[in-house]
Design a protein around this ligand. Sequence first.
Ligand code: SF4
Ligand code: MG
Length: 325
Amino acid sequence: MTPLLQLRDVARSYVTRNNLFGQARPVRAVDGISLTVNAGETLGIVGESGSGKSTLGRMALGLELPDEGTVTFDDAPMPAPGSAAWRTLRRQMQMVFQDPLGALDRRLPVLEQIIEPLVIHGIDGDQRSAGLAALASVGLSAAQGARHPHELSGGQRQRVVIARALITSPRLLVCDEPVSALDVSIQAQVVNLLIDLQAERGLGMVFISHDLRVVRQISNRVAVMYLGRVVEEAAADDLFRAPQHPYTRALVSAAPSPGPRRVERVILTGEPPNPAARPEGCAFHPRCPVATARCRTEAPAPARIAPGHTAACHLLTPAAKVAAR
Ligand code: SF4
Ligand code: MG
């Protein structure tokens, strides 16, 4: 099977000017990541703020090109943002962000906004019927479609954004913290809607969130990011049941989980990750409860630790495990 989306060794830096002396310096937001998304599969991306999740999401959509590495969609290189080839491809790749109010125009009824991508992409046919069908597919009525964004609740607005994203029948959907601004009770409804729509349409989905509970519910596979790198990737069940990387263990142990807790509680100490001050060696070492001297100087490479399960930690390489026996 050809992967829908593939990122190979992608890296992306920004220049910031926010240090004390106003000096420009490059910050590596994403630092050598390889990931694959297949049709019909949801890849969850978790990590704290500053881990590079959103930059990764924008590269997955071709909104930004990597400085290094390649992004391919259907095995073809991602075209430059704004180019004619990219605009054609955009029909097939849509996004849902955290803030639906910011994504919608306050002055227009939401049905008109749902139809907009059909107009932009010159997709003919009965656009109004297509818009009403899209509304219905996210559980909204025609009457709700006639309202303006501020006349709807936060959850309804996010449904509008989802309807608009799906009206061009995309094959890839990138969601960046799509439910983080919603009440917990509404979050579950929107997540369930995304799960249903993804399954019905066989979408490839990238679901970015700092909320492990939500990621666990929606993802088939999960990649855990820390300071621009993927530190662990596995099937969602494996990752949450038996996290291996010390950082994932800490995240999972701190998150509320259904059923008896199997992962021993790990308390993280030290500073939260700051992309402008990446520690040498393993970037997690200042907060890692099991760091060794080697971790301060040598960065661990991602290694396969079980079928379909990779992690980047010196203590988890096959050689380290043999030595520990
Ligand atoms: Fe901790 Fe070292 Fe593994 Fe990094 S490489 S996670 S510091 S043990
Ligand atoms: Mg973000």
